[in-house]
Write a protein that binds this ligand. Sequence first.
Ligand SMILES: NC(=O)c1ccc[n+]([C@@H]2O[C@H](COP(=O)([O-])OP(=O)(O)OC[C@H]3O[C@@H](n4cnc5c(N)ncnc54)[C@H](O)[C@@H]3O)[C@@H](O)[C@H]2O)c1
Ligand SMILES: O=P(O)(O)OC[C@H](O)CO
Length: 362
Amino acid sequence: MTKHKIALIGSGNWASATGKIMGENILGSPKLQAIFEIGIQMWTYEEMIDGRKITEIINTKHQNVKYLPGIDLPHNLIANPDLVDCTKNATILVFCLPHQFLPRTLSTMKPHVNPKAIGISLIKGMMFEETKLLPITTFITRTIGIPMAVLSGANVADEIAKGQLCETTIGAVDETHVKLFKDLFHTDAFRVSVVKCPPPSIEIYGACKNVVALGAGFVDAFDFGNNTKSAIIRNGAIEILKLIKLLTGCKDDTIALESCGIADLITTCFGGRNRKCAEKWARSRMVGIDLSKDEEAPIDIGMSWEEVEEELLGGQKLQGNLTAEEIYVIIKREHLEKEFPLLTMICRISEGSEPVTSILKF
Ligand SMILES: NC(=O)c1ccc[n+]([C@@H]2O[C@H](COP(=O)([O-])OP(=O)(O)OC[C@H]3O[C@@H](n4cnc5c(N)ncnc54)[C@H](O)[C@@H]3O)[C@@H](O)[C@H]2O)c1
Ligand SMILES: O=P(O)(O)OC[C@H](O)CO
């Protein structure tokens, strides 16, 4: 049997953490070495760090010093700046990059994709095409013609890279792909569950939880306690499931209690980058505001999302504000504001048409 060759498309925080998991899994298992080539090509967006190429640093120091500092990566995870080279040899494509870079990346890959390749998306976001929101797996299949699975869960990369226990969820249409991907990713500390639900529902949850996380960050800027945050999480969970039904027609709620459902929502609202950036963004608008007098925060003063991203994330990318923009187009166009009061309020605050002090008026 010809062995699968894996290309990991992306080299950021989560890509490096999942590259570590796959790489160590293969190195540690003769059974997996019979199925997968040992080396994993990690397409790495080239950049210079202190005068050296990031690919050269990863391949000699075996650490991604910018996006996952302090964590040793296995030697079989090979940083490769050549996207075409990564693509043309791969039979398994693992997509893990911020979704805003996906269209350009796919158009470079397209002529070189092995028609028998299969893929899995680890991306949390959605594509906006003409007037429609598209799940990432649908967009990838449509663009490069390969079947796609999805992996999503309560998975903050830095915690997983340190080996802390967590769960995750895989969904795919094809049972043989599910088995292959479960073998590739599952470890004692990174516990993979498989659901029958089709990938788009899982992906819409993963994208929208980033929007709810902004709401959690906004209320953190008020210095309220956990009860208020729980209200954001509970209402967010209800609205996300409603949006999944609306966009996919799928009435199956089984993912709600999986890692890719409520667990992801909880973890992101307490420990994620979207929450952290939203708190900073909101605080920059609340300077001098007396909440006891019910004062409104200004909408035209404060840091931009780009400024917060740059200051807090060291090159990592924010997704929630972009996804908010995308889903709000649909909410407005379909006049769904009353159906989705929390999402609507978060989207309006995020785009700057509502003061952050309105967050609890949903
Ligand atoms: N970080 C996490 O904890 C986490 C967990 C689960 C899911 N996710 C999701 O995984 C996806 C990838 O996130 P991440 O954390 O690996 O990335 P990240 O936020 O660390 O993104 C930075 C990456 O983008 C690359 N980049 C910058 N400009 C680029 C360009 N023009 N073209 C292509 N690449 C460019 C950088 O080189 C770097 O590799 C996102 O959808 C995210 O929501 C992240
Ligand atoms: O850091 P965030 O906000 O991108 O969230 C990370 C993961 O998606 C949490 O599961």
